[in-house]
Design a protein around this ligand. Sequence first.
Ligand code: HEB
Length: 726
Amino acid sequence: NESDASKCPFLSGKQNTVGGGGVKNRDWWPNELKLNILRQHATKSNPLGQDFNYAEAFKSVDYDELKNDLTKLMTDSQDWWPADYGHYGGFMIRMAWHSAGTYRVGDGRGGAGTGNQRFAPINSWPDNGNLDKARLLLWPIKKKYGNKISWADLMILAGNVALESMGFPTLGFAGGREDIWEPEQDVYWGSETEWGANEDRYEGGDLEDPLAAVMMGWIYVNPEGPNGNPDPMGSAKNVRETFGRMAMNDEETVALVAGGHTFGKAHGAADPGKFVGPEPHGAPMAEMSMGWKNTYKSGVLDDTITSGIEGAWTPNPTKWDADYFEVLLNYDWELTKSPAGAHQWTPTAESKAKMAPKAGDPNGHQALMMTTADISLKVDPEYRKISERFHKDHKAFEEAFAKAWFKLTHRDMGPKDRYLGPEVPKEDYLWQDPIPKVDYTLSDSDIESLKKMILASGLSISELVRTAWASASTYRDSDKRGGANGARVRLEPQRSWKVNNPEELDKVLNVLEAIQKEFKGDVSMADLIVLAGNAAVEEAARNAGHNISVPFAQGRGDATQEQTDIEQFNYLKPLGDGFRNYVNPNLDVKAEDLLVDKANLMALSIPEMTVLVGGMRVLGANYDGSNHGVFTDNVGHLTNDFFKNLVDMTYTWSATSEDEKYFEGRDRRTGEVKFTGTRADLIFGSNTELRAVCEVYAANDAEEKFVNDFVAAWTKVMNADRFDLK
Ligand code: HEB
């Protein structure tokens, strides 16, 4: 009854008392360790369940019918969001480009691989204005094919079909992007709290790493110019820097921008401040996930407001042709303002320029337009050379755009082994980090005799473990690059990274190469390096009284230096590797934050990270051979000593440096220093969640569980890049 109800706190009208409201740990302690990034994408969020296999589902899709349906969609204009010029092509290309365009080389995060454009913040970024409608237009197709095509794949395929339907020959398409079901928590998009702000990322002049956009809520640059200033040379600088962070060189950049802007139009019919409502994530419920409600006249076609810039780049915005460079280079352009008040460029009267049709009226006419970023392709000397070459040689432009588009949309998928579908281009590209296939099979006795040779070689357990780890741990799940396959740890730049202890690495590789020669049969260095690590782990387990065998999946190939893009591989260099107790000394980031970030990039869970650190420490795997965190008297024995000693009240800890980077643990009674450690060690005792996991492994009955869990996590790391097995 009513009076009971009024006493119930859940019905008291204080909305914050339900649904997880109230002040949270992160509010009280803003600096708490962000372990949340190691438990994202929980099976509890995924409606498809654990057994769902997207690759299998994709293989069953009727690909031709799907592409036919997409082609029909392009010209099937819907009343609720009619197509400009009767063709959704430009719109769909922009959606695909913005899906892929969040990728950045620095940490491999962002990109088209997850379908994250469906979720906040990305669905609500100002730069993604009205792309909510593009995805909603695709819904009937998504509905028809269900789980056989992910949103992530569908968005890119729609971009491809859009291009093809307007006459552009793409290189092809690979499926295999699996959707996520919740927003990502691990991606750093910047520190500013307002859309369009950039004061934090330009503190000190250069764009902050690993960001690849000049301001909060944008994919790349401000189309009007740096901070809205219509300065084409300044814009060129921005474009070069941001596209560079997406692994694009000048030629690829010019090809992409010009190729993309051959199609479609910009939308700025009127002042957004007066007519445009809140973004999707902030919009009223009845908008049903849509945002940017536009109350200007019809709100669509020629009344649309998106970027605020108004007009088409070319006279035939639904056709692949050579007009972009034709008009950019042949006309003179003057600075004007759109009806929405945005800076843009219009052909001068003397240029006697052609016109574009009106979006909603094929017989209407509208002046052509360039953004400041487009003008930069004409004004920047390097860009101009490329623009002129492409203007003279349309075929070269077409090929360059096709290659750059394929790279743009597939770069974050990792090795070709992950590509699915009938349209995978045959050619290999350097950016795919190619690895030759091997065709040998090691028998069990081959493997045993190799392990014997390795253990008799005089190399220590620590050296073998460090080397295998150095090889495998470059894997990053964000863009599926790196890993032990290819044995690029033998090559530049990896063999010279400080974290890999180059001198020791050289020595180990020389010994392993001698074993490779001596062995009667074929074995790749990539396999041998991993096998050596496995043999060392088995030996360490035997030392501790456990007879175990570490699973070994052979079949890795050896890449050559020519197959290795040094600049692009340098982006895999870890800022820190807490597993080997390494932190880049030039960085002002806490070791424990770097450890968690690295664990996230390696797709490790909290228990996996914990058991690996505990195991690596007793194996003596610190990059420099230091004793930090080596809480054992028996280095090279795979015991749970790290955990036992970490939580043991026999020891009392104090910082030995003012910046609290190093610590020592003294025997409480004698005052004697027993152990030393870094932040990447002590965090396991100080953080209560990590401590809870450590307690499991420190228990008297946990030694066997520790060994098994360590071996499982180790094996996961060694095989992280083996998409050929999955
Ligand atoms: Fe872009 C659109 C900007 C790049 C493709 N773009 C657009 C716009 C703008 C821009 C502003 C308009 C939007 C609206 O709607 O309003 N972009 C830009 C920039 C850049 C770019 C700044 C850098 C430089 N794009 C790009 C690329 C691509 C593109 C790379 C591809 C490849 N876009 C595009 C398209 C469009 C655009 C297609 C159209 C859309 C429609 O139609 O809707």
